[in-house]
Design a protein around this ligand. Structure first.
Ligand code: SF4
Length: 254
């Protein structure tokens, strides 16, 4: 009987992995039909989690602030910091500029690394005094990305979050959840490399804001609820196309 295509692919990936166990730099393992595969995966995730259409913030400034504050912490902690800022009347760029640094640190304390984050937020609102968001957002994606990356405290993930969720420009956001999921599925190997991982989506999907928004949201949801540090494979709709699951099953099968 002929073996299903997905099984053949997993066997090929496992063979490649055995032949090349020492890979450190991230590389994409399956190169063929990535567009189709990405869409199939997207549909599977949507079937499992439903439509999300998500970013839990209301204004472009709130999105950007959330993007800075959520670095290395949960959204729940960001919300606590948001509440502090709102209660203290430090909620707009001008209000934050008028807040002393020690007060800002105190308000941001729930978001962890609050001293560093207070500096980053300060740098961002100072930048906005010269270049308001609506002016910045008139630029092309690459110009805006470059400008965002030039601001202290804004790295690629935060820049792409602002581009996608605040400026509504099609810039795919990847993160540690994306790396873990795609590594386990067997699509990539090696250490996390933001630019290479983002490239996988940017090169193989149509540049569509709604699609990018939803796809990233689904990956985050899947990583937070199913493909956790200790994965809940039995609850995962992707398990029959997952290298990690297949290897684990083989190990457990006598
Ligand atoms: S089968 Fe397990 S390891 Fe694979 S994607 Fe699902 S939860 Fe993650």
């Amino acid at each position: 009987m002929e073996r299903p295509a997905i099984e053949n692919e997993i066997i090929l990936i496992l063979t490649q992995k055995r032949n090349d166990d020492r890979i450190q730099f991230m590389r994409i393992v399956c190169q063929e039909n990535l567009n189709e595969k990405l869409f199939a995966l997207y549909e599977q995730l949507r079937l499992q989690h439903g439509a999300l259409m998500w970013w839990p913030a209301e204004t472009p400034f709130e999105v950007a602030l959330g993007g800075i504050l959520t670095q290395a912490t949960s959204w729940r902690n960001v919300e606590k910091a948001f509440e502090n800022l709102k209660t203290a009347g430090a909620w707009t760029p001008a209000q934050i500029r008028a807040t002393s640094q020690s007060e800002l640190e105190k308000l941001l304390r729930p978001s962890r690394y609050y001293r560093a984050k207070a500096k980053k937020v300060r740098a961002f609102v100072e930048h906005l005094a010269k270049r308001p968001m609506h002016v910045m957002f008139e630029q092309t994606i690459s110009e805006l990305r470059e400008e965002l990356l030039s601001i202290y405290g804004i790295g690629p993930e935060t820049a792409d979050t602002i581009l996608l969720y605040a400026a509504e420009k099609p810039s795919f956001v990847v993160d540690a959840y994306t790396h873990r999921l795609f590594s386990r599925l067997g699509w990539i190997e090696g250490n996390y490399h933001y630019a290479k991982l983002r490239h996988l989506f940017m090169e193989n999907l149509p540049h569509d804001v709604q699609l990018f928004n939803e796809y990233h949201a689904l990956i985050v949801r899947h990583g937070a609820r199913i493909c956790q540090k200790t994965p809940k494979c039995e609850e995962c709709s992707l398990r029959h196309a997952c290298v990690y699951y297949t290897e684990d099953l083989r190990r457990r099968t006598p």
